[in-house]
Write a protein that binds this ligand. Structure first.
Ligand code: GLN
Length: 304
């Protein structure tokens, strides 16, 4: 794979176009980030690494963390987890409430806020010290990096989290949240506030490009079948109501966050992480989407 030149070339090109979109300033603390940050990092299963721009700066990974909480909950509950969340794309925004009424508190998929709140509930019920244990789990996926929640960002989101409060209480009204909504949301805000760089993201997620096995230790994080299913969910639901568009233009399983990060996974080959904070109307990084579309087109390294 000769991707270094392609990454440089596409980075320069996307860096020179208008940096369009809006910051996620509905979370006040996220509105303070420099909108011109732009980083890319790739890690391959052959252990090649390459980054450009702000690839080693940490940022708020937001909904990208929902993949990791899902992996841990899947590990704990196995296939019973699919009784609590569905595996269908919703065709709605990440914070939508509309389908929950007819679906009686079972979120369409685990990457919607509603779904990730249910997964948070599952983790709280099954972990002794949920926040610490989850952080340890994420830590165990990395070779060397140190990870932290951002208390400023979690606090900032909590101060305006009216929709998430509504979602959690609505799901609870159907009996599908077992713990106290305030405890579930505290965990959820911390989860979303997790900070990583593009380099760290591309390393942490590499097990999903390697049939569920960590590269540097060969430890099994998920079974091959589970890993395949997480990738399938990222392919169909990772970008909310832009998931079809991402599959169409980029052709890889992936996951976005409103911090402006995107990870994309090529099973058996690589993980690439992109960060640029301005978001398009669907809440996905404007330049991140453009970069990945051009990268998989020029390199021909997509799964289709
Ligand atoms: N913490 C964010 C929220 O609940 C996560 C949304 C996202 O990254 N899409 O609104």
């Amino acid at each position: 794979m000769n991707f270094e030149e392609t990454i440089q070339e596409v980075y320069q090109k996307v860096n020179s176009i208008d940096n369009r979109g809006e910051m996620a300033s509905y979370i006040p603390e996220l509105g303070k980030i420099d909108p011109d940050n732009f980083g890319v990092h790739i890690s391959t299963v052959d252990q090649v690494q390459f980054g450009v721009g702000n690839y080693s700066d940490k940022f708020s990974i937001q909904s990208i963390a929902k993949v990791l909480s899902l992996c841990l909950a899947y590990n704990i509950l196995g296939d019973k987890i699919w009784k609590r969340v569905g595996v269908e794309p919703s065709g709605t925004a990440f914070n939508s409430l509309v389908q929950l009424e007819t679906d009686r508190g079972i979120p369409r998929n685990p990457f919607l806020n509603a779904g990730a709140i249910v997964i948070s509930d599952i983790l709280i019920s099954n972990l002794k010290n949920p926040k610490e244990d989850f952080l340890k789990y994420v830590q165990s996926l990395s070779n060397s990096a140190e990870f932290k929640y951002s208390s400023e960002i979690a606090r900032s989101e909590k101060s305006v989290g009216y929709r998430n409060v509504a979602l959690c209480n609505f799901i609870k009204s159907f009996g599908q949240i077992k713990n106290e909504p305030s405890d579930v949301l505290d965990f959820y805000y911390d989860l979303c506030s997790l900070e990583m760089s593009c380099k760290e993201l591309s390393e942490v997620f590499l097990f999903l490009a390697n049939n569920g096995n960590q590269i540097h230790t060969n430890k099994s994080i998920l079974t091959e079948r589970q890993s395949k299913r997480i990738n399938a969910l990222m392919q169909t639901c990772g970008f909310y109501d832009e998931s079809g568009e991402f599959a169409f233009k980029v052709g890889l399983p992936g996951k976005s966050g409103v911090g402006g990060g995107i990870i994309a996974i090529h099973p058996d080959k690589y993980v690439i992480a992109v960060w640029s904070p301005k978001l398009n109307k669907k809440g996905n990084s404007y330049r991140g989407m453009k970069f990945l579309e051009d990268f998989t087109t020029k390199s021909k390294l997509s799964i289709f």
